[in-house]
Design a protein around this ligand. Structure first.
Ligand code: PEP
Ligand code: MG
Length: 574
């Protein structure tokens, strides 16, 4: 049966391929009641999965890579112990027999009860072991479904599969980078969540916030994903398929044509030079940055070095990563943001998730609360600063007190490096992100104390409009054109320009063609975006005349009616 689903567009392009359903990261399992005569069989099914998981873990242990740390052994042994624990296996068997439920449900209930017990421990080490319990149960469940992780299936068809997930964390998605999916679909998420940002960086058509895709789509269903419109067509008829194949080739042709713009300067029709920089998550992204002719790195989200791992990267590992990027860009600016962990980017085994993580211990707040972690990163960043044009960017600053505290911390780290006889660039520039309304409204402190500013529109919009950027239920209220947002943007850009402090936008707005002229009209001269969006943005800049858009932009700032603002934006983009 053919049907269509609508979600939030994240990454444009058209993908055509077969569905590959991936398991749910938060372990959503169904619950059903079984007839009495099937209970023995259900227990046997559970036992078979337990045994298969035990064999898998033992084999992982036996075939561990030579470089694997001692922790790997400890981790596998711990998982084997949890697997053998009666609280999981025996309790689940009893539950199947007593409550006539399916094995998956019994496992999930036992897991939840164990997690609650672990959470009550005072000892933080023991408390953290709840993550291991969840991982073991996840492994058993995957065994039961015959699904292993998020890896794509062996190619059954000539075309690449399309991933269909209920939800994927940014950490899980970044691991897929080397894998090949033609497109990505998720039920949850907002268009500027970090999962969406990573999906965009994979440069594949992606639609999020589909609500029921994981339920309605079956493995191997034929799918068309229209990433620009946020539309998914399931099992299309021949005519529709032919139509989209044509659109797909036209899209690819356009993409090829844009490559001609790679070299050559970026300026408006009236000759104003505009800088277009790239956002990256990992040093591996450099190849794409160069392919698209970026003038520098405007945002290196360094926190991605910290995700998906049991031990945190030490100073040497971080130094190597930052140095690789600094050297790779050959003297062009490389803006490295200190880690923005917390909210939807949690460290593996994080002790607790705050009740309101976006307003919790995130970014610079976490750095200042965990000085040892911050110190290690700053040492690595400062040491890398002699290998290129490195700038340090601080996320989520709210005002003077935090700025002072951070600058003092950096000064102290420099003194430490002096004592250790380690080289760094003493004049390394320190910038601040403007992503909290309080920061935008205390601009004076920022321009007085910092060398440059970068506006994080993803968070600035989230915090101004009180809309969780990861929540698809309020995604329709996430509005970059809200008058309050436009005023804050205008205030920061014109204020920084007046003070002679360089300012850029590095949120997703910078790479959306619909907003390029608006931002230019507000006075922005530096944009940072995912490399795949660079050439299309360059084309838009090359066809823009600043004097022509000035009046329309001012009208947009004066308007309060959303319809009127959209109308003016359309005129701006004609
Ligand atoms: C932003 O908030 O706009 C930003 C660039 O930072 P991140 O998306 O990583 O929160
Ligand atoms: Mg941000």
């Amino acid at each position: 049966m053919s049907f269509t689903l609508h979600g939030l567009p994240v990454s444009s392009g058209i993908a055509i391929g077969h569905a590959h359903l991936v398991s749910h990261t938060s372990l959503e399992v169904s619950h059903y009641i079984l007839p009495k005569n099937m209970l023995r069989e259900e227990v046997e099914r559970l036992d078979a999965a337990l045994e298969k998981t035990r064999i898998e873990l033992t084999s992982l242990h036996e075939h561990r890579p030579q470089y694997a740390a001692a922790e790997f052994d400890a981790f596998i042994n711990l998982h084997l112990m949890i697997l053998a624990d009666e609280h999981i296996s025996q309790a689940a068997r009893e539950m199947i027999l007593n409550e006539q439920c399916n094995a998956e449900w019994a496992l999930k209930v036992q897991m939840d009860s164990l997690v609650m017990q672990f959470e009550a421990f005072e000892d933080s080490y023991l408390r953290e072991r709840k993550t291991d319990v969840v991982q073991v149960v996840e492994r058993i469940l995957k065994t039961m479904n015959g699904v292993s992780g998020h890896a794509p299936p062996a190619a059954k068809h000539d075309v690449l599969p399309i991933m269909v997930a209920h939800d994927v964390s940014p950490a899980d998605l970044i691991q897929l980078k080397p894998h090949q999916f033609a497109g990505i679909l998720t039920d949850l998420g907002g268009a500027t969540s970090h999962t969406s940002i990573v999906a965009r960086s994979l440069n594949k058509p992606c639609v999020v916030g589909l609500h029921h895709a994981r339920e309605l789509i079956k493995d191997n269903d034929m799918l068309i994903v229209d990433g620009a419109q946020g539309v998914v067509i399931v099992n299309p008829d021949k005519q529709i398929l032919a139509e989209y194949k044509l659109r797909h080739s036209q899209f690819e042709l356009e993409r090829q044509k844009l490559k001609r713009l790679k070299s050559g300067r970026t300026s408006t029709l009236d000759g104003t030079v505009i800088e277009l920089y790239a956002n990256i998550e990992l040093p591996d992204d450099l190849a794409e940055v160069k392919e698209n002719g970026a003038g520098g790195i405007g945002l290196f989200r360094s926190e991605f070095l910290f995700l998906n791992r049991d031990t945190l990267p030490d100073e040497e590992e971080q130094f190597t990563a930052y140095r690789t990027v600094a050297e790779g860009m050959k003297g062009l600016p490389v803006t490295i943001r200190t880690f923005d962990l917390g909210a939807d980017k949690q460290l593996k085994g994080a002790k607790r998730v705050a009740s309101n993580p976006a307003l919790g211990l995130r970014a610079i707040r976490l750095c200042l609360a965990e000085p040892q972690l911050f110190r290690t990163q700053l040492r690595a960043l400062l040491r890398a600063s002699v290998f290129g044009n490195v700038k340090i960017l601080i996320p989520m600053l709210s005002g003077t007190a935090e700025i002072n505290q951070t600058l003092n911390f950096i000064a102290a780290t420099k003194q430490e490096l002096d004592r250790d006889g380690l080289a760094y660039n003493p004049a390394v520039q320190i910038g601040g992100m403007i992503e909290i309304p309080a920061a935008a409204l205390s601009l004076n402190a920022f321009v007085e104390k910092l060398d440059f500013l970068s506006i994080g529109t993803n968070d600035l919009i989230q915090y101004t409009l009180a809309i969780d950027r990861t929540d698809d239920e309020v995604a329709h209220l996430y509005d970059p054109l809200h008058p309050a947002v436009l005023h804050l943007l205008s205030h920061v850009i014109s204020g920084a320009n007046k003070a002679g402090v360089p300012v850029s936008v590095c949120g997703e707005m910078a790479g959306e063609l619909a907003y390029t002229r608006l931002l230019l009209g507000l006075g922005l001269r530096q944009f940072s975006m995912h490399p795949a969006q660079l050439l299309a943005t360059k084309q838009r800049v090359l066809t823009t005349s600043l004097p022509e858009i000035a009046m329309l932009t001012q009208k947009m700032l004066r308007a309060s009616d959303p319809m009127k603002i959209r109308e003016l934006l359309d005129k701006l983009n004609v």
